[in-house]
Design a protein around this ligand. Sequence first.
Ligand SMILES: N[C@@H](CCC(=O)N[C@@H](CS)C(=O)NCC(=O)O)C(=O)O
Length: 214
Amino acid sequence: MKLYSYFRSSASYRVRIALNLKNLPYEYLPVHMLRDGGEQFKPEYRKLNHDAVVPTLVDDGTVLTQSIAIVEYLEETHPEPALLPSTPADRAYVRSIALQLACEIHPLNNLRVLKYLKRTVGVNDEAKDAWYRHWISSGFAALEEYLVADGRAGKLCFGDTPTLADICLVPQVFNATRFNVDMSPYPTIQRICDYANTLDAFARAEPGVQPDAE
Ligand SMILES: N[C@@H](CCC(=O)N[C@@H](CS)C(=O)NCC(=O)O)C(=O)O
C-alpha cells in the first residue's frame, strides 16, 4: 500500500494509526502542504485526490480518499484487530465520536480555511489563532461531557481497546497542543490521549517520527 501523507496532517495521522494498528506495512509518500504553494495542488496529485487534500491511500491500484472512508475500508478488508465494536449501538457510539472530531471540529481549522480567513477575510494572526482554539475548545467541551456522561470510556474512548474514535481523537489533541489550547477543562480527553500515545501503533504514527518531519 502507498500512503500520500504530510507529517502534520491530522487526517493522514488517523490513517497512519489505523495501518499500524492493523500491522499493515505501507510506503510513505510525502505531500508537502506548504512547499511551492502546496504540493497537494499539483495536477499529478489531483488526479488521485480531486479535493487536493491528504491523505490518499493506494491499495493495489485502488485509490482511496477521505480518512474515515479509508479506515472503514481497512476495517472491511483486514477485520482483525477490529477498530469498531461488535454491536450496532456501540459502533454508532464510536462513529459519533469520530465524526464529531472529523466533521465538526477539524474542517473549520483546515489549512485552506485558515488561508481564506487571512488572505480573503483579512483577519490577523491573532484572530486566526483565536478562531482555531475556539473550535477545538467548544468541540472538546462537548466531547468531554459526552465521554463522561456516556460511561463507555475506559482507558480509551470505548473501553480499553483502540477504535476509530481514538484514531480521530489523538491527532486532534496533537493539533490542540500545538496551538496552545488549554487542555485542563478536558481531563478525560487528555487522559485517553496520553494512554493511547503509550501504544506502539499510535507512537509510530506521531508527526515527529514521520519521514518528512521537520
Ligand atoms: N475530510 C478529509 C480531510 C482531509 C484534509 O483536510 N486534509 C488536510 C490536512 S489534515 C489537507 O490536506 N489540507 C490541505 C489544504 O487545506 O490545502 C479527510 O478526512 O481525509
